[in-house]
Design a protein around this ligand. Structure first.
Ligand code: S3P
Length: 443
């Protein structure tokens, strides 16, 4: 069991403008997928820029427990030697994912499709998150899987799966990816039908590795199919450059827009259409964000962002665009607190089941710091203006809540404290160093 470290509070305060040119760490979604898919390939994959955050390291240890050889070279690249189709072995011990929701959900699909058995556990926060959304489509394919009151621990027993067409009832890239990973070992065609397109990193990477992935728009759905007419998919090893994580970039991005006089560059950021919702919304709010040096690498579009402090006006996020920025609402709520007028954000039901109940955490944290805020079951309303600050925010072991409220402290009248900073290492271990390099006062 990965135990959580003792809490360590952190405080941020108003100071100088943020300036400089920095790189945020590699994308978390791509890093998980790179380890998982390279682990299934024939041959050795080389991965550069891998996020070495606690979540990804948990997935790495799990892939090693399933028989995959993974090592870091002096160059900083990771080499992953895959086991090939159907080459995974049942682990001797339960697979402990710590706080890694993406890791646990994707590997459940992988294990089910590989016809092996495993038990899945995680930390207290992960153990409270819903897992039936993954297990129910896997069962429809023939998996033998039991959860504990819908949550971890989960047990999957060896079973041979069959191809299926599945229409998940929530917009979730984790659900889609679990199904596609399960389908790697399944004969025939497996299709996931999405009403709202979610991040397509799994299907893009599978295609790069030689899988027969087809994507079609049909009857108002985006249909992603994996075709296996001649037995399990044989993935080829790949050389992958992991681009900068837009979900981590969100924090210095919002800080630069809101701290007066700021002017900074975030290099090498992934600009995927299902991940750049925050940039689109901030631009519509009047945010000065210029994209330069746009290029393609490892199947993704990447660019450098130049961000200058801007007078923001209120945001309006429609429900059908929420999934393009699903991890960015804590950061957007901070921008909304600094904007003129009342921002409305809809379609946020999924925020209730992230690393914490993020809607409740945002509402409580803003309210405690004197910001006018209202939240419903799946919406948030924030009225911008002066931000008194001065309060301690409960992070509920949620990295994005901690980083967002440390950004709020940079623009509040009085310093803002978060009760714990340790879990920021799950996705952004360099956060404090990078923010200090830009001139932010956080300790
Ligand atoms: C992720 C998908 C999203 C996101 C999570 C990472 C992924 O979750 O919130 O941080 O890598 O597939 P959902 O698929 O549950 O929306």
């Amino acid at each position: 069991m990965i135990t959580s470290s003792p809490k360590l509070p952190s405080k941020s305060r108003r100071g100088q403008p943020l300036t400089g040119k920095v790189r945020v760490p590699g994308d978390k979604s791509i890093s998980h997928r790179a380890l998982i898919l390279a682990g299934m390939a024939i041959g050795t994959s080389k991965i550069s820029g891998l996020l070495e955050g606690a979540d990804v390291l948990a997935t790495m240890r799990v892939m090693q427990a399933l028989g995959v050889h993974i090592e870091k070279h002096d160059s900083g690249d990771w080499h992953v030697t895959g086991v090939g189709p159907m080459g995974l072995s049942s682990p001797a011990e339960a697979l402990d994912f710590g706080n890694a929701g993406t890791g646990v959900r994707l590997v459940m699909g992988l294990v089910a499709g590989a016809a092996i058995g495993a038990q899945f556990t995680g930390d207290t926060s992960l153990s409270a998150r819903p897992m039936e959304r993954i297990l129910s489509p896997l069962r429809a394919m023939g998996a033998q899987a039991q959860a504990t009151n819908g949550c971890l621990p989960v047990k999957i027993e060896p079973a041979v799966l069959t191809a299926a067409t599945i229409t998940p009832n929530i917009a979730s890239a984790q659900v889609k990816s679990a199904i596609l990973l399960a389908a790697l070992g399944v004969a025939g065609t497996t299709t996931v039908r999405e009403k709202i397109a979610t991040r397509g990193h799994s299907e893009s990477m599978m295609r790069l590795m030689g899988a027969d992935i087809r994507v079609e728009e049909k009857d108002g759905y985006r249909e992603v199919s994996l075709h296996n007419e001649t037995g399990p998919t044989c993935l080829k090893a790949l050389d992958l450059e992991v681009p900068g994580d837009p979900s981590s970039a969100a924090f210095p991005l919002v800080a630069a827009l809101t701290v007066p006089g700021s002017d900074l560059v975030l290099e090498n950021i992934m600009l995927n259409r299902q991940r750049d919702g925050l940039i689109r919304v901030l631009r519509a709010m009047g945010g000065d964000i210029a994209i330069a040096n746009e290029r393609q690498a490892s199947g993704e579009t990447i660019g450098d962002l130049r961000i200058r402090h801007s007078a923001l006006t209120a945001a309006n996020v429609a429900a059908n665009t929420a999934s393009d920025m699903i991890d960015e609402f804590p950061a957007l709520a901070v921008a909304a607190a600094a904007a003129e007028g009342t921002s409305h954000m809809a379609g946020l039901a999924e925020l209730r089941v992230k690393e914490s109940d993020r809607l409740a955490a945002i509402e409580a944290g803003l309210k405690a710091n004197g910001v006018a805020v209202e939240a419903g079951e799946d919406w948030l309303r924030v009225t911008g203006g002066a931000i008194p600050g001065g309060a301690e925010v409960q992070t509920h072991h949620d990295h994005r809540i901690a980083m967002a409220f440390l950004c709020l402290g940079l623009i509040a009248d009085k310093p803002v404290t978060v009760d714990d900073r340790t879990m920021i290492a799950t996705s952004f271990p360099e956060f404090f160093e990078l923010m200090a390099d830009l001139g932010a006062q956080i300790d």
